[in-house]
Design a binder for this molecule. Structure first.
Ligand code: NAD
Length: 490
């Protein structure tokens, strides 16, 4: 893959080079102030691109472009919107290796994680290409018999989409696809660490023929105040945000001023309960996926393992052995199974949580070291963790398995629910018992005897402070539509 910094604007680059510019009103261009920020390969600290910084004026111009295109995009036939989305899916399928490679370069993830994400991400275009032509409406006679009630669904309007660095492709397509399918124009603001993947996806949308102004991409430096100004623009009617609960709270305040509809996919703190009846072979195999997928940098990542005393020692021993056997190194070497963290800063946050667990009485059974160069951290297991310590209260977001022993199932359920978060939970055990426990867990998603749940056809989202609304499935498109009731005479 060629690495370029700023690319020629008007037509956009062909596949194979990195795009590092803003996309506004159908055109790639530099920021109006000419400034850039470096995009770093976290596996070796090298700069792989200098990305354009979007000024306040650039961001407001993107909003104006989206506003200008909104009415005609909303009036486009659903079949036409569907076919454009399907075409994007086909291009991403043809270029899936390139798609994965861009993610490896700027995010540091392993090849297996990157290709897995590329395949998952492109499925949102296929899924919502199919949903675009199936937007539901309602018709009924009023109970009094005096009128016919028609409920139509209209695109909500210009949508601001803000995404995190951990899944730079899938978090973007999970928003872009339903918004565009619904007939909304969009402004995508990716995370500063991973703008290149977003720019590549947006360029695919340009290449397949999305009209000017329908899709825009900006990367402001002073994110908070500029996003607040964008949200205050009367044309912006939707914010779809994926990121930390802390930033989500701030954005909910900003949305209040102009009563912007907000969908929030926020932080997680997923518990894993291993019941006495669990099959240990299956539990260890699936726990590895739940914990180590994306190097542990996933909002759904298993964060706290509550393991019944009868299985505890064997679980710890087997899990530690599996973690020890993982090959760690840069994702461009496809044999490496665990990549780097996204930055040295994120890596140091993970190391600090492990250190604090040890100070709190836990023991490192495996790993526990940072690399000398690059943002790598060992696949690590800490046992003897105290429920309520920092490592069980916070998202680890790295390759660390924290194990707490329990004797009483009611206590395990209580500990699992003892958090402000409620995104994901895992239960391993005899199926009937596991289903009963799953019913008691405060989480938007529960996996029983399996380590991965994500599927474009399933509703993804959290309860409590993990979020508002759902992405994917047939619900995902509803976040970008609003009901319009028309009363007809009976
Ligand atoms: P983050 O909240 O720091 O940033 C997310 C996005 O918000 C980035 O684009 C960032 O630039 C932007 N941002 C930061 N401050 C902002 C502000 N004041 N106003 C507007 N935008 C702002 O999160 P992150 O570190 O990029 O990602 C990790 C977090 O995302 C974790 O908490 C993880 O659980 C969460 N996440 C949740 C889901 C989910 O579906 N629930 C999925 C992936 C990640």
């Amino acid at each position: 893959m060629t690495t370029t910094t700023n690319t020629p604007a008007s037509s956009g680059p062909s596949s194979g080079s990195l795009i590092a510019e803003l996309f506004i009103d159908g055109r790639w261009r530099a920021g109006s102030e000419g400034a850039t920020f470096p995009v770093i390969d976290p596996s070796d600290g090298s700069t792989i691109a200098s990305f354009a910084i979007a000024s306040r004026e650039d961001c407001l111009e993107a909003v104006e472009a989206a506003a200008g295109a909104q009415a005609s995009w909303a009036a486009t036939a659903p079949r036409q919107r569907s076919e454009l989305l399907r075409a994007a899916y086909e291009v991403l399928t043809d270029e899936v290796e390139l798609f994965a490679e861009i993610m490896i370069r700027e995010n540091g993830k392993s090849y297996a994680d990157a290709i897995g994400e590329a395949n998952y991400a492109k499925e949102f275009f296929r899924w919502f290409a199919e949903e675009a032509v199936r937007i539901p409406g309602e018709y009924r006679l009023s109970p009094g018999g005096d009128k016919r009630i028609v409920v139509d669904r209209k695109p909500i309007g210009v949508s601001l989409l803000i995404t995190p660095w951990n899944f730079p492709a899938a978090m973007a397509t999970r928003k872009l696809a339903p918004a565009l399918a619904a007939g909304c124009t969009v402004i995508l603001k990716p995370a500063r660490e991973t703008p290149l993947t977003a720019a590549y996806v947006v360029d695919v949308l340009r290449r397949v023929g999305f009209p000017e102004g329908v899709v825009n991409l900006v990367t402001p430096e002073r994110t908070g105040p500029i996003v607040a100004e964008m949200l205050a623009h009367p044309a912006v009617r939707k914010l779809s945000f994926t990121g930390s609960t802390e930033v989500g709270r701030e954005l909910l305040h900003a949305c209040a001023d102009t009563v912007v509809s907000a969908s929030m996919e926020l932080g997680g703190n997923a518990p894993v309960i291993v019941l006495p009846g669990a099959d240990l072979d299956l539990t260890v195999r699936e726990s590895l996926l739940a914990k180590m997928r994306n190097g542990g940098s996933a909002c759904t990542a298993a964060n706290r393992f509550y393991v019944h005393s009868s299985l505890h020692d064997e679980f710890v021993e087997r899990m530690a052995k599996e973690l020890r056997s993982l090959r760690v190194g840069p994702g461009l070497d496809h044999a490496n199974q665990l990549g780097s963290l996204v930055s040295v800063r994120e890596r140091d946050k993970v190391a600090a949580l492990v250190d604090s667990a040890v100070q709190d009485g836990a023991t490192i059974v495996q790993g526990g070291h940072s690399s000398e160069s690059g943002a790598f951290y060992d696949a690590t297991l800490v046992a003897g963790v105290r429920h309520g310590s920092d490592i069980t209260e916070n998202e680890i977001f790295g390759p660390v398995t924290a194990v707490v022993r329990f004797d009483d199932v009611d206590e395990a359920v209580w500990m699992a629910n003892d958090t402000i978060f409620g995104l994901m939970a895992y239960v391993f055990g005899e199926e009937r018992e596991a289903i009963a426990v799953a019913g008691r867990l405060e989480a938007g998603m529960v996996a029983i005897n399996r380590g991965v749940v994500s599927d474009p056809a399933a509703p993804f989202g959290g309860v409590k402070q993990s979020g508002l609304g759902r992405e994917g499935s047939s619900e995902g498109i509803l976040e970008f539509l609003e009901e319009k009731y028309i009363a007809l005479t009976a």
